[in-house]
Design a protein around this ligand. Structure first.
Ligand code: NAP
Ligand code: MG
Length: 502
């Protein structure tokens, strides 16, 4: 494993962006935190501090919410036509593409992911999301309804529904796809005419702040998007509980999702949650192993396993178990682990020291409970938060590595005998229900299983396929509501019935 992050310098624009102390975006201006405090941001490939960012807190959240309220109720934003609003959202997508290389490097430096992945996936997907959502701005519609009110005989009514923006939205995002998650949140909010206070994850605030600059460059009126960097327990909690917020949109762990829900109870804010997962990835004996083996490896190792939908429980039919496990383990051993900015890197470091310790802790717990590592399983010494891609076998259903979300490059391979109710029960035996996959050449088996898996997404002979037009959301403790597509327009709008007696 080559660790040469310190020598691999990013693009000049990235270097100058991180050199400057980064501030909060409130009411169209870059301002210091009211407390004057900042916090350091690390490069996870080296552990070195690369930037200092304002540490927003309750007072800053309050300033940002007030700015968002003013922008929602008066000024240029509510006066824009849907088409003008859509054009601004489209322009933001264009600006992202114009700055693609810089954004990809910034994301890689801050999060640790391979720059090749950020360049090919995170940043273009974010641009695509804004372009897709721009089109929805002009397609927000209600219905006309024919009434038959029995106690008003002879009276005719003209009744219809309207969809109005839900208002000021607090958005809290995680560190695994910092830029893309910001886009997923902002796209539908802006397309529908809401205003936003966004709180990025403390580990990865940089690309959202650069996005803030592009938002100003695109010409969004002041206060439409406010970005407050800071910590979850302070800034995040203040945002979730703020009475001036109409809706909270959260992506992160199920544990914090529950806190968000509790914070919203007092004034019954609208809440949408995208939470964790422990997804079953099922390989049947008739699968095309030339695609299933690399597919199963990529399902867990993509983004270092720091994916809510990672295929972390690999179910393989008994007769092909050894072959598939060997193939996935071989792939794990070949993966080039290194600093994200190295163009040859396939897997970068964990995002932070605490995430590194958490993942290593899970590996140790699995091994101490009797699981065996057929690939990886060891810590990497030296600078940076690198974990070996790990394949565990000989697990039992009650082990922590089977029950809990590891959020790292660790897959547990589990054999099964037949495609029967026991397999379905085992696959669904989790509090989560985000994603799943089936690998088989038999189309009827695939669709039959797709109907039985309690997961918001079922991939067949593929994994980690995302598109702005493909709904994404969870069953059970993986969250409420689906994202992307029309449904996300619906959750950022409030329905209203209008009924007129003629
Ligand atoms: P996390 O700890 O839940 O943090 C997510 C966000 O919530 C961060 O901005 C965090 O701030 C903030 N936060 C923490 N405590 C808070 C509180 N008490 N009140 C309000 N906000 C608070 O999650 P993470 O570790 O960053 O991300 C990993 C998790 O996200 C995994 O469980 C993963 O499955 C999930 N995820 C789900 C999806 C999906 O679409 N379903 C997508 C991506 C990730 P700090 O950064 O300061 O802690
Ligand atoms: Mg966190």
């Amino acid at each position: 494993m080559s660790i040469a992050a310190a020598e691999i310098l990013p693009d000049k624009r990235v270097t100058s962006f991180v050199k400057e102390r980064r501030k909060l975006l409130i009411d169209g201006k870059w301002v210091d935190a009211a407390s004057g405090k900042t916090f350091p941001v690390q490069n996870p490939a080296t552990g070195e501090v690369i930037a200092h960012v304002a540490e927003g807190d309750r007072q800053d959240i309050d300033r940002a919410v007030k700015a968002a309220r003013r922008a929602f109720e008066s000024g240029a934003w509510p006066r824009l036509t849907p088409s003008e609003r859509g054009r601004l959202v489209w322009k933001l997508g264009d600006l992202i593409l114009e700055n693609l290389e810089e954004l990809a490097e910034l994301e890689s430096l801050d999060n640790g992911k391979p720059v090749t992945v950020a360049r090919a996936a995170d940043v273009p997907l974010a641009a695509d999301l804004f372009h897709y959502m721009a089109g929805w701005a002009t397609k927000i519609e209600g219905n006309t309804i024919q009434l038959s009110v029995p106690y008003a005989p002879g009276v005719k009514f003209h009744a219809y529904t309207l969809r109005e923006p839900v208002g000021v939205v607090g958005q809290i995002i995680p560190w695994n796809f910092p830029f893309l998650m910001a886009a997923w949140k902002l796209g539908p909010a802006l397309a529908t005419g809401c205003t936003v206070v966004l709180k990025p994850a403390e580990e990865t605030p940089l690309s959202a702040l650069r996005l803030g600059e592009l938002i100003l460059e695109a010409g969004f009126p002041d206060g439409v998007v406010n970005i407050v960097t800071g910590f979850g327990e302070t800034a995040g909690a203040a945002l979730a509980a703020h009475p001036g917020i109409d809706k909270v949109a959260f992506t992160g762990s199920t544990e914090v999702g529950k806190l968000i829900l509790q914070a919203a109870v007092n004034d019954l804010k609208k809440v949408s949650l995208e939470l964790g997962g422990k997804s079953p990835n099922i390989v049947l004996r008739d699968a095309n192993l030339d695609i299933a083996i690399p597919g199963a490896a990529s399902a867990i190792f993509f983004n270092h396993g720091q994916c809510c939908c990672a295929g972390s429980r690999l179910f393989v039919q008994q007769s092909i178990f050894d072959k598939v496990v060997e193939g996935v383990a071989d792939r794990a051993k070949q993966i080039k682990v290194g600093p994200g900015l190295d163009p040859d890197t396939e897997m970068g470091p964990m995002v932070s020291e605490s995430q590194f310790n958490r993942v290593c802790g899970y590996i140790e717990s699995g091994l101490s409970e009797g699981a065996k590592a057929v690939a990886g399983g060891r810590k990497r010494d030296g600078k940076g938060y690198f974990v070996e891609p790990t394949v565990l076998v000989d697990t039992t259903p009650d082990m922590k590595v089977i029950r809990e979300e590891i959020f790292g490059p660790v897959v547990t391979a589990i054999p099964f005998k037949e495609l029967d109710d026991d397999l379905v029960r085992a696959a669904n035996d989790t509090v989560y229900g985000l994603a799943s996959a089936v690998w088989t050449k038999d189309i009827s088996k695939a669709h039959s299983l797709a109907g039985k898996l309690k997961a918001g997404t079922v991939w067949i002979n593929c994994y980690n396929i995302f598109d702005a037009a493909l709904p994404f959301g969870g069953y059970k403790q993986s969250g409420f509501f689906f994202f992307n597509v029309k449904e996300s327009i619906e959750i950022y709008t409030q329905k209203k019935s209008v009924c007129a007696a003629l």
